[in-house]
Design a binder for this molecule. Sequence first.
Ligand code: LLP
Length: 419
Amino acid sequence: MSVFAYRNGVLHAESVSLEDVAREVGTPFYLYSTAALESHYNAYAGAFAGQDAGVCYALKANSNLAVIRTLSRLGAGGDVVSVGEMKRALAGGIPAERIVFSGVGKTRDDLRAALEAGIHQINVESVPELEALSEVATSLGVEAPIAFRVNPDVDAKTHAKISTGKKENKFGIDYDHAREIYRRAADLPGIKPVAIAVHIGSQLTDLAPFRAAYERVAALLHQLREDGHDIQRLDLGGGLGITYRNEAPPDLADYAAMVRSITGNLGCRITLEPGRSLVGNAGILVSRVIYVKQGLHRRFAIVDAAMNDLIRPSLYDAYHGIVPVAEPADGVAAEPYDVVGPVCESGDTFAVQRPLPPLADDDLVAFLSAGAYGAVMASTYNTRPLVPEVLVNGDRFSVIRPRPTVEEMLAAERVPDWL
Ligand code: LLP
């Protein structure tokens, strides 16, 4: 059963009424459910029980400190892509020895910070980065435990903007040169290759591309061991999809069984880097209808959330479910609405001709599946303050990031004294 359900005619998150939160916090706001975060994490832990495997949560999906803390308390490590995220992971209670540092363009400063923090593994994505890391590690007198992220040239069959495992994508080192690059790495001072990493894309709804990529990684592992490298870990990335509309992503048990069938006898510790599948369906964005406007051919529901708050529909044509917070009466007929934000761009559209129960000014609506790549991708375009975030646990809720005032936003800027 979803943690988001109607009770006494009002949509609740766990035991908290969204009307109560809206009254106290104002709209729009993001809201996350502790029970959903826990159940998604425990589903991974359960599916991989018995395998030498650990979850490093991909913080980029949702890096609010309270969300990180919720997952770290359950035992999650972290996959980070910036020093900022690394600091968040540490502040959220993830120990350095459970943090993996990924990213296609890590600077020398990033690499130094990662080594100084003593993190578990750096996933290197190019030869120039390898050389930079060798220099930095040598200057600090340490040895950097690394994986190379290999690009297996596998089509993830997902949206082009979130597909990362094809030759033409910017990610990773070329599979066919991996052996040679590992050899080079082993000869460099300050570098210790300990793992192979792969991540082919996000929102995958089929096991086949994962299987193809992991089989290539296993084949490479054999070659690297023949070459004398002591590789004991495989980082299999994230990417497992969720249901936004009617997608049927693979079952975690099937995913885990597939991983076991390929890696079970390799004697490697497995790292998984899920983001979306942990937090996506644990969060919603709640917004208020400002006006319902009847156009010549269309009826528009103009809501107080906009593309700057949730950019996925504009950027990826992504579908997010939309439901009214007040439960519609039985048998009420749906009508098509274009659900749009107030930003001055036609791209500020959440849904086109979406069948919804009749909406009126001031009604509350919830955008579903907004826990991943929602708040983290928000901007202040149109000088719209970042939307607050709320965490629910049972019948409690807390604001875990308050809404800044416009005055605070202005105070962060400087006008030169010569102006
Ligand atoms: N590991 C690496 C190296 C990644 O690049 C990513 C996501 C993940 C793990 C986590 O993937 P997940 O389990 O969340 O699919 N903003 C886009 C998604 C971008 C994903 C980027 N990389 C969206 O809103 O769909």
